[in-house]
Ligand binder design. Structure first.
Ligand SMILES: Cc1cc2nc3c(=O)[nH]c(=O)nc-3n(C[C@H](O)[C@H](O)[C@H](O)COP(=O)(O)O)c2cc1C
Length: 498
């Protein structure tokens, strides 16, 4: 299936799918944020395109809610738009490994020109307040132009390009912007190494682009792979890029707004707080590296790709849950964990804090092995807090079933393992000392004990075939719209079929 060429084409596709709503006349000061929040609480939620934003020219737009359902994710990835979440995860199984392997054949294509060069502004004339960057939440410390952002950096030794989604707040009346990359992130590792070598690090940041690039920038892609190449491999098409005039770093030729410049170790400004994906305002005003902008590029009538976080589920928790689930499942497979039936990184934990793994137990220790690795593999290591391992008769996406397994198959004194000093984050509301962002995590083994698999009490529910038969036979009773049947009425797993 062909996929969109750029953000504008992407928006046209969503419009054709009947999933775009236009909002005219909203204010950048909290109104866009509030409307976006109300939208992402709707099930299903729309993609919202804000235009005629108060104080800004018509055409200067903000898009939110871009990837909050299976159809829009599938369309972005060039997959079948009719897949539901479970089918989409199934379609994505094995894909991250294939993308990694194929990436070298999809290095970006360097082009001389593209729409991003329609307007070019030199450093002293840069004013980011000319774009309708929202004040998203009431207690934010400033206007975040970078939420669905892709920050490009390079490895000073190998030249490998990294893309990272690191929040960016407008600073100094629009002249600059802070880039908040957390410790351990690859972009930050790049600029630390540039500091040691050259005293400053080249950087480029795009504020509006094909949502595919946000998927890649916002996901833990292995640090050996150029992320443009990874994005190309995901969709089987090389990403066209233009060489930045100042740093030589690549920028997407069809991006909407790009800034280019430098980060220096001593140039920091207070940043935050910001309403984060954990559901809390993270931090207080803190010194954060500030980009010295030498060039600003933008298309005519530019569009900011906004992904406002907040109490989950939020704007991008579905995107993260889906990609994380596929990547964790792949990593488990890669290291040889057998019979993983499903992984779901729940939106309620922002796609990070709560991961459920379902396995068909094959040997003593299997469930703990799966849980430890799920908690610490690269795709999940940052800011995980709970991993729950369940048997294959429990649907990992269904929290009610998962918690039933926890309540009935997990003996707390035996089945909860604690891992300490793991990779935490400054956005953790429980963090005591931001200079040492560790966290701890619990592995909750909610599988029936392996040695009792044959003797564990049978589950007291009808066999799936019997339920199916009864629903078919008593159609009128169960088709009454006043009492809709839940999708989960047919038991999901290996309960006693007779
Ligand atoms: C919308 C969005 C916003 C994000 N904001 C931040 C942020 O402000 N700081 C940060 O360190 N990570 C943030 N992340 C997570 C990183 O983008 C993610 O860990 C990514 O893998 C980082 O790239 P890297 O692995 O190349 O370092 C965000 C992710 C998304 C999807």
């Amino acid at each position: 299936m062909t996929r969109p060429a750029d953000l504008r084409d992407w928006i046209a596709r969503v419009e054709a799918m009947g999933e775009l709503q236009h909002v005219s006349g909203a204010h950048w000061n909290l109104e866009i944020g509030t409307i976006s929040e109300i939208n992402y609480r709707r099930k299903p939620s729309a993609a919202l395109l804000f235009d005629n934003i108060v104080g800004y020219p018509r055409g200067y737009r903000v898009l939110t809610g871009s990837m909050s359902n299976a159809r829009r994710m599938a369309m972005t990835l060039g997959l079948d738009e009719n897949l539901d979440t479970t089918q989409l995860i199934e379609a994505l199984r094995g894909k991250p490994r294939q993308w990694e392997a194929a990436a070298p054949q999809f290095e970006p294509e360097w082009v001389e020109t593209g729409p991003i060069l329609e307007n070019v502004v030199n450093g002293p004339d840069v004013d980011l307040t000319k774009f309708p960057a929202p004040l998203w939440h009431e207690h934010d410390g400033g206007r975040y132009i970078g939420t669905g952002v892709a920050v490009g950096t390079s490895d000073p030794d190998t030249g490998r390009i990294n893309l990272g989604a690191y929040r960016m707040m407008i600073q100094e009346n629009g002249r600059s912007a802070t880039i908040n990359a957390e410790a351990g992130k690859q972009g930050r590792a790049h600029y630390d190494r540039w500091f040691a070598r050259a005293g400053r690090a080249p950087v480029i940041a795009s504020f509006g682009h094909d949502p595919l690039l946000l998927m890649v920038a916002g996901t833990e892609v292995p640090n050996t792979i150029s992320e443009y190449a990874y994005a190309g491999a995901m969709v089987g098409r090389k990403i066209p890029v233009i060489r930045g005039q100042v740093t030589g770093l690549p920028m997407p030729a069809d991006a909407e707004i790009v800034v280019e410049g430098w980060i220096r170790p001593d140039r920091v400004l207070p940043e935050g707080p910001f309403g984060e994906w954990t559901g809390y305002y993270s931090g207080s005003l803190r010194p954060v590296p500030t980009m010295e902008i030498e060039r600003l590029y933008f298309r005519n009538d530019p569009i900011i790709l906004g992904t406002p976080p907040g109490k989950p589920p939020n704007d991008y928790s579905y995107m993260r849950a889906l990609l994380k689930s596929a990547m964790i499942q792949d990593e488990l497979h890669k290291v040889g964990i057998r019979d993983v039936r499903g992984v779901w990184a729940h939106e309620t934990g922002g796609g990070r804090l709560l991961i459920v793994v379902s396995i068909k137990q094959r040997y003593c220790g299997h469930s703990r092995q799966a849980g430890y690795i799920a908690a610490q593999c690269q795709a999940a290591a940052y800011m995980n807090r709970f991993v729950i391992v369940v048997d294959d008769d429990v649907d990992p996406m269904n929290l009610e079933e998962v918690m039933w397994a926890v309540c009935t198959r997990c003996e707390p004194s035996e089945d909860i393992e604690i891992m300490r000093k793991s990779w935490g984050s400054k956005v953790d509301p429980l963090l005591a000392d931001p200079t040492v962002p560790y966290n701890s995590r619990a592995l909750i083994d909610a599988c029936r004990p392996f040695e009792k698999l044959d003797t564990f009490p049978l589950v007291a529910q009808s066999a799936p075939a019997r339920v199916r038969e009864a629903v078919a036979k008593w159609k009128e009773l169960f088709a009454d719209p006043r009492f809709p049947l839940p999708e989960t009425v047919i038991p999901s797993g290996a309960v006693h079929e007779d």
